[in-house]
Design a protein around this ligand. Structure first.
Ligand code: GLC
Length: 533
C-alpha cells in the first residue's frame, strides 16, 4: 500500500506528542508543585523541540490521591494548577506557537469526592446510585467476587450505610463509573464537548480498555504465571474486567463526539497485545480511537532481535487494519527509558522512537536524558508504591520528579525557597536544559537534530517501513521510503563495532556519536546512524 505524502497526513499522524506531567514541569506559584502558568511560560521551549502537540496529564479539580487521576470536577481546573482563565491563556500561547493541546480524559472512574459519588452514597434511592457499580455481598457475606485493584487489594469497598460494595479498579477513592448507564454516557461525553469548545485538540483517554465489566460478576481465573514479588493485581487474569465487548460501543460514542468538532483526536491508554489493541482503532468504515497507544517498546526487553520482530509484526498489522502506528518509550507510569535501556543505549532508543513509521509520544525530560530518581520509602507519595511496599518497583515517583531546567537551587523548577513535591535528581546541576542548550553535543541538541531530520526528510514521517538484514543479531536496520527518497536507520544495540556490508552506502545525515562518519563506515558500539541513499 502506498502511503499518502506526508503533506496529506493529519497533525496527529505527522507530529510528535509531548507529554507534560503538570505537577513536575514548572512551578510558577512557588508552592513546590507545577502549574498552568508555569507550563505556559515554558511553552516556547516545548515548541523549540519541534513537537506538534502537548498532552497534559490531568489538571482538573481533584483531591490528588492519585495525583489528578481522581477527578472531582471534570469541567474545572484544580486550584493547585490555576484557573480556567490560566488554561485559556495556555491554549492561546500554544496557538501562537503552533502547538496543539491535548488533555487527559479519565472516564473510567471519578474521585469519591465527586458530587455524583457523594450523592450515590446517600443511599439506594439516590438518582446517582446507578452511576457507579454496586453489588451485594457474596452469599454468606464478604466481597462480591475476587476482582482486584491495580494498586493491590480488592476492587471492592463496602459502603457500610447501605451494606453494598462499590467497584474501584484503582484506589477505594476512585469509584468506577457505570458506563452501561446512558446518563453516565451523556455526562461524560459532554465533558469532551466542554473542552473542545475551549479549544482542546485532542484527548489521551485513561484506561480506555477498562470501561466495561462483564455483568455476571464472576470470579476471574487465577494466573498460573504469578510469582511472589509480582504485583497482586497479576494474581488473576482479567477476563471479565478488561477489554470487554461493550467497551468498543463507548469508544464509538466518544469518536462520534470528536467528529462533531472535526480534526480532533483521541489516543487511548490500552495495554493489550497487538491484535486486540488494533480493534480499538476500528475499521476504515467505522473508525474508533485515532490511536490506541502502543506500549510494546516499554514492555519488551531491549534486544535488537525482539524489537525488530515486534516492529515488523506491528507495522504489518497496522497496515492490514488501516490503523496509523504509534510509539512510546516513557510516560508517568513507567520507569525512565534511559534507566531502563542503560545510558549507552539512550540515543539508540531515542533514534528508534523518532524514526519509526508512526506517531511518537515523548515524556517530558526524556529529551535531556532524565533518569529515574530514587525516592526512599519515607518520601514516597505514589499510592501505587505505598499500597504495595513489598514490590519496590511499583512506585511511579522515580519517573515523576521535577523537570531539570538549570543548575540553580530547585533546578529552576520552583523558587529557591520552595520544597518541590518530589526530590530532584542528584545530577541536575549537570543534566539540565540550560547546560544542554550551551553544549552542541548534548542530548537536547541530538533530540532537536532528530526532529529536524523528520521535518527535512518526509520519508521519515510518511514513508514505508522496511527492515534490512543487517547480518548482525545486535544491529537493527530499517529503511523508510517515500517516492524517490530513501532513508536508512542503523541501530547498534551492542557494544561491538560492526561492519555494515549490504546495508551500507549513501550519505550520513546524523550519527548519535556526534560526528558524520561515511555512510558505510563500520557501525561503532552503541551507535545510531541515519543515512540517505
Ligand atoms: C492510568 C494512569 C495512571 C493512573 C490510573 C488510574 O493508568 O496513567 O497514572 O494511576 O490510570 O487512573
Amino acid at each position: 500500500m502506498t502511503q499518502p505524502p506526508s503533506g496529506e497526513l493529519k497533525w496527529w499522524q505527522r507530529g510528535i506528542i509531548y507529554q507534560i506531567y503538570p505537577r513536575s514541569f514548572q512551578d510558577a506559584s512557588g508552592d513546590g508543585v507545577g502549574d498552568l502558568r508555569g507550563i505556559t511560560r515554558r511553552l516556547p521551549y516545548v515548541a523549540s523541540l519541534g513537537v506538534e502537540a502537548v498532552w497534559l496529564s490531568p489538571i482538573f479539580t481533584s483531591p490528588m490521591r492519585d495525583f489528578g487521576y481522581d477527578v472531582a470536577d471534570y469541567v474545572d481546573i484544580d486550584p493547585l494548577f490555576g484557573t480556567l482563565e490560566d488554561f485559556d491563556a495556555l491554549v492561546s500561547e500554544a496557538r501562537r506557537l503552533g502547538l496543539k493541546v491535548m488533555l487527559d480524559y479519565v472516564p473510567n472512574h471519578t474521585s469519591s469526592d465527586h458530587a455524583w459519588f457523594r450523592d450515590a452514597l446517600t443511599g439506594r434511592g439516590s438518582a446517582k446510585r446507578d452511576w457507579y457499580v454496586w453489588r451485594d455481598p457474596a452469599p454468606g457475606g464478604g466481597l462480591p467476587n475476587n476482582w482486584k485493584s491495580h494498586f493491590g487489594g480488592p476492587a471492592w469497598t463496602l459502603d457500610e450505610a447501605s451494606g453494598q460494595y462499590y467497584l474501584h479498579q484503582f484506589l477505594p477513592s476512585q469509584p468506577d463509573l457505570n458506563w452501561a448507564n446512558p446518563e453516565v454516557q451523556t455526562a461524560l461525553l459532554d465533558v469532551l464537548r466542554f473542552w473542545m469548545r475551549r479549544g482542546v485538540d485532542g484527548f489521551r483517554v485513561d484506561v480506555l480498555n477498562l470501561l466495561a465489566e462483564d455483568e455476571r460478576f464472576l470470579d476471574e481465573p487465577l494466573n498460573p504465571e504469578w510469582r511472589p514479588g509480582m504485583i497482586e493485581y497479576n494474581q488473576t487474569l482479567h477476563v471479565y474486567t478488561n477489554d470487554q465487548p461493550a467497551t468498543l460501543d463507548y469508544v464509538r460514542m466518544m469518536r462520534g463526539v470528536l467528529d462533531e468538532f472535526g480534526d480532533r483526536m483521541m489516543v487511548g491508554e490500552i495495554y493489550l497485545p497487538v491484535e486486540r489493541l488494533l480493534r480499538y482503532s476500528g475499521t476504515p468504515q467505522q473508525p474508533l480511537a485515532h490511536l490506541p497507544f502502543n506500549f510494546h517498546l516499554i514492555l519488551l526487553p531491549w534486544d535488537a532481535g525482539q524489537v525488530r520482530a515486534f516492529v515488523d509484526e506491528y507495522d504489518a498489522a497496522c497496515r492490514e487494519a488501516h490503523s496509523w502506528p504509534n510509539w512510546v518509550l516513557g510516560n508517568h507510569d513507567q520507569h525512565r527509558f534511559k534507566t531502563r535501556v542503560g545510558a549507552p543505549q539512550y540515543r539508540v532508543a531515542q533514534t528508534l522512537l523518532l524514526t519509526l513509521r508512526g506517531t511518537p509520544t515523548v515524556y517530558y525530560g526524556d529529551e535531556i536524558g532524565m533518569e529515574n530518581v530514587p525516592v526512599p520509602f519515607d518520601q514516597m507519595v505514589d499510592p501505587a508504591g505505598l499500597q504495595q511496599p513489598d514490590v519496590p518497583s511499583a512506585s511511579r515517583d522515580p519517573e515523576r520528579t521535577p523537570m531539570q531546567w538549570d543548575a540553580s537551587p530547585n533546578a529552576g523548577f520552583a523558587p529557591a525557597d520552595a520544597t518541590p513535591w518530589l526530590p530532584l535528581a542528584q545530577d541536575f546541576a549537570r543534566v539540565n536544559v540550560q547546560a544542554q542548550e550551551a553544549d552542541p553535543d548534548s542530548d537536547l541538541h541530538y533530540f532537536r537534530a532528530l526532529t529536524r531530520l523528520r521535518r527535512e526528510h518526509p520519508a521519515l514521517v510518511g514513508g514505508d517501513y522496511r527492515p534490512h538484514e543487517s547480518g548482525h543479531p545486535n544491529v537493527f536496520a530499517f529503511g523508510r521510503t517515500q517516492g524517490e527518497e530513501q532513508v536508512t536507520v542503523l541501530l547498534n544495540f551492542g557494544a561491538e563495532t560492526r561492519e555494515l556490508g549490504e546495508t551500507a552506502g549513501g550519505e550520513t545525515l546524523l550519527s548519535s556519536l556526534g560526528d558524520r562518519p561515511a555512510a558505510d563506515a563500520p557501525l561503532r558500539p552503541h551507535e545510531a546512524r541515519v543515512v540517505r541513499r
